[in-house]
Every structure is written in structure tokens, then in C-alpha cells.
Design a protein around this ligand. Structure first.
Ligand code: COA
Length: 321
């Protein structure tokens, strides 16, 4: 017996972006006032963060995803009725069940789409983009809402100064839909489960833990070749990349990666300085802010690189909406 296959358009691309940052600004001095044993100068020099956003106590992953998703829908011009799939990339839901995606869809007036959550830590958004693009390319969805939403303030140990200063809350979203030509290059991705314990939420304490120096070495050493591979797969010379939007983990990691990859003409996302590390949300949050601010022109090739818990990573060249 032969089963039917659906077919889709010639290409897919991001049609619109949106982001949401909670209104509550937490400066380095605010952290010290809350009892974190640190100092402003150390954080700015070693990590590059001046301030981050934390959600209000009653503000949830779903609330933030709804805000970002609503803006992405508006920016794309796609009607809620024309979205067939919703993917929420997150690793900070307060409980494993239910997932966020069906709830986000209902709140946005998207009627009965396919809906699921995807957890690949800080690389989750790039993985979700690929799942979305594949669904459209194979004719299984006309348009897909991809949201990354994280609420790390609920998982922080304020006595651990290597993590409590870094992590933050926020959301970013994209609508992925059809196009006449490809708006995504092939992904370069991979993982290393032998380092599964390097970034984790501790089972007993329910607090976020990381082996900071091991992660730093891994990110600065192993991720540049992955980014270069993504450019090669897409057939885009490094000098043609207009913007580099890596996961916002540490400004020193971002700058080291930009140097090692060698991107002579790219502006580099440094959203971490005012948004902190929002895990899966850093890439769409930074990209959305840069596009909204006019820093990245429509159609420009952008290199995105997600990496983190798992350990897992994914890089890709995409065209700005
Ligand atoms: C966590 C991280 C910022 C720590 O920076 P580091 O330079 O490796 O810091 P170390 O742990 O080696 O400590 C160096 C010194 O700074 C001090 N220090 C560490 N954290 C501090 C803080 N928040 N404030 C002030 N001092 C701090 C240490 O006590 C140590 O002091 P000492 O030399 O007197 O003993 C860094 O390792 C990092 O960014 N790693 C990557 C983490 C990451 O990206 N995670 C997310 C992955 S998706």
C-alpha cells in the first residue's frame, strides 16, 4: 500500500518577528541588594551584563509567549486563522505537563493548530525553526508560529553567584511561512551527551546549576566550526553575513566566537548587556530587536548559533524578514 504525501512550497522564510521583555528591570546593584555576593564591575567585565529583566511573580512562560507571539503575528501580516502549527521552545515551564503551546495558541485565537513544546535548552529556538520550516516545506502546515519563552527567575539560587547573575526572563517569536525561494540554509547541528551534567536543573534542589568554566571552554572552542559549517552549507561566504546572532550566554563568548569565525562585515548581537541570558529566547529576542531597530535590512543573510544544555547546538543562515 502506498500512502499519500503532501507537498509544499519551493521555500520557507521568516515572515515576521516579535519579542517581549518583562517590565521589571534588575540591575547588578539590585542583585547585590537581594543578597548576591557579587559586584557590578565584575559582572560587566566578566559577563557583559548591566541589567536583565525578571518576570513579575504572577507572570508566566505562557504570558510572555503570548505577548511575543502576538507581535510576531502582527509583524508578519499572517492571520491567526492561517496558522496550522504552534511550537514553543522552552525549558522553564513550572511543571512538565501541560505544555505551553496549546494554551498560547488558544490565547492568540489560533483555532486548533498542531501544538507542542520543544526542549533543547538554549539551542531550542533554532531547532524549532527547523521543525517549523520542515512542516511548511512538506505541506503539513501553511504557517507556523515559533515562540521561545523562558522564565529563569523561578529556578535561580541567589547563593550561587555564577548562575544568578546571568539568567533572566523573556520571549521571542517568529512566523515561518511559504516563500518562492529558500529563506533558510541547511542547519549545522549536533550534541554531546557526555557533558549532560554541565548545565542542568538539579533534581533535588530544583535550582539551575552549571559548570561555568567547562561550558565556557566548550562554547568558545567547539562552536566556531559549527557556525562556519552552516555558512558553507548555505553557500554564503563569511564576508556576506550581515548580522551574527549567537546565543547570548556571555559577552566574552560572543566576542570570541565572532573573532574565531571571522565575520568582517557582520554586526554582532550584544543583547545580553540589557536582557541577560534568556536561554532559548535569546536569539529571537535579539534578532527581533535588531530588525525592529533597523539594524538588519530585510532579506539580509543572518547567521544564528544556538548552544547550551544537553549539550546541544544548532547553527543556520537565514534571511531577515
Ligand atoms: C560563569 C562564569 C561567568 C564565571 O566566570 P569565570 O571567569 O569562569 O569565573 P570563575 O568561576 O573562574 O571565578 C573567577 C573568580 O571570580 C570570582 N567570581 C565568580 N563569580 C563571581 C561573581 N558573580 N561576582 C564576583 N566574583 C565572582 C570567583 O570567586 C573567582 O575568584 P578567585 O579567583 O578570587 O577565586 C563563566 O565561567 C561563564 O560565563 N561560563 C559560561 C556559562 C554559560 O555560558 N552558561 C550558559 C550556557 S547556555
Amino acid at each position: 500500500m502506498t500512502l499519500s504525501l503532501t507537498t509544499g512550497p519551493a521555500g520557507t522564510r521568516i515572515l515576521g518577528l516579535g519579542h517581549y521583555r518583562p517590565s521589571n528591570i534588575v540591575t547588578n546593584h539590585d542583585l547585590i541588594a537581594r543578597g548576591v555576593d557579587t559586584d557590578d564591575e565584575w559582572i560587566k567585565t566578566r559577563v557583559g551584563i548591566a541589567e536583565r529583566r525578571w518576570a513579575d511573580p504572577d507572570e508566566t512562560v505562557v504570558d510572555m509567549a503570548e505577548q511575543a507571539g502576538s507581535k510576531a503575528l502582527a509583524a508578519s501580516g499572517v492571520a491567526a486563522a492561517d496558522v496550522d502549527l504552534v511550537i514553543v521552545a522552552t525549558c522553564t515551564m513550572p511543571t512538565p505537563v501541560p505544555g505551553a503551546a496549546p494554551n498560547v495558541a488558544t490565547r492568540l485565537g489560533i483555532d486548533s493548530p498542531g501544538a507542542y513544546d520543544l526542549n533543547s535548552g538554549c539551542s531550542g529556538f533554532v531547532y524549532a525553526l527547523n521543525a517549523a520550516s520542515a512542516a511548511v516545506l512538506t505541506g503539513q502546515a501553511r504557517n507556523v508560529l515559533v515562540v521561545a519563552s523562558e522564565r529563569f527567575s523561578g529556578w535561580l539560587d541567589l547563593t550561587d553567584r555564577s548562575t544568578s547573575i546571568i539568567l533572566a526572563d523573556g520571549a521571542g517569536a517568529a512566523i515561518v511561512g511559504p516563500s518562492d525561494s529558500p529563506g533558510f540554509g541547511p542547519v549545522a547541528w549536533g550534541s554531546d551527551g557526555s557533558q549532560a551534567d554541565a548545565i542542568a536543573i538539579d533534581e533535588r534542589s530544583r535550582m539551575f546549576r552549571q559548570e561555568g568554566q567547562a561550558v565556557y571552554r566548550w562554547a568558545t572552542g567547539a562552536m566556531a566550526p559549527v557556525a562556519i559549517e552552516a555558512c558553507e552549507k548555505a553557500g554564503v561566504p563569511l564576508e556576506d553575513i550581515v548580522a551574527f546572532v549567537p546565543h547570548q550566554a556571555n559577552l566574552r563568548i560572543i566576542d570570541a566566537l565572532a573573532r574565531r569565525i571571522g565575520l568582517p562585515n557582520a554586526i554582532v548581537a550584544r543583547d545580553i548587556t540589557t536582557s541577560g541570558n534568556t536561554s532559548a529566547a535569546t536569539i529571537p529576542l535579539a534578532l527581533s530587536r535588531m530588525v525592529e531597530g533597523g539594524e538588519i535590512p530585510s532579506g539580509a543573510p543572518v547567521l544564528v548559533l544556538g548552544f547550551g544544555a544537553g549539550l546541544a547546538f544548532a547553527a543556520q543562515v537565514l534571511l531577515a524578514p
